[in-house]
Design a binder for this molecule. Structure first.
Ligand SMILES: [Zn+2]
Length: 84
């Protein structure tokens, strides 16, 4: 399964790489060029990504916080309505 460097600060995804080392090298290059060699404050990572298919979402990527809050709010609303 290929790897991809992702910078949360720049909302940037590097190209897929077959080897994790290559994706980490992309990350170091990005940090050097875009963040003066420092870690992005919003974080970055090398993620496993699917080899093909249009959904390139990595298996380990968590849901965005806004989606989770929306889901939790909806669940609470349903529970509240059921209790009435
Ligand atoms: Zn960045």
């Amino acid at each position: 399964m290929p790897y991809r460097y992702q910078c949360a600060q720049c909302h940037a995804d590097a190209d897929k790489r077959d080897r994790r080392d290559d994706a980490e090298a992309d990350g170091q290059q990005h940090r050097d060029e875009a963040h003066h060699g420092l870690l992005p404050t919003a974080g970055d990572r090398v993620a496993k990504v699917h080899a093909d298919g249009r959904g390139d979402r990595a298996a380990g990527v968590p849901w965005p916080r806004s989606s989770l809050l929306l889901l939790a709010g909806f669940a609470l609303l349903v529970l509240f309505e059921m209790a009435r």
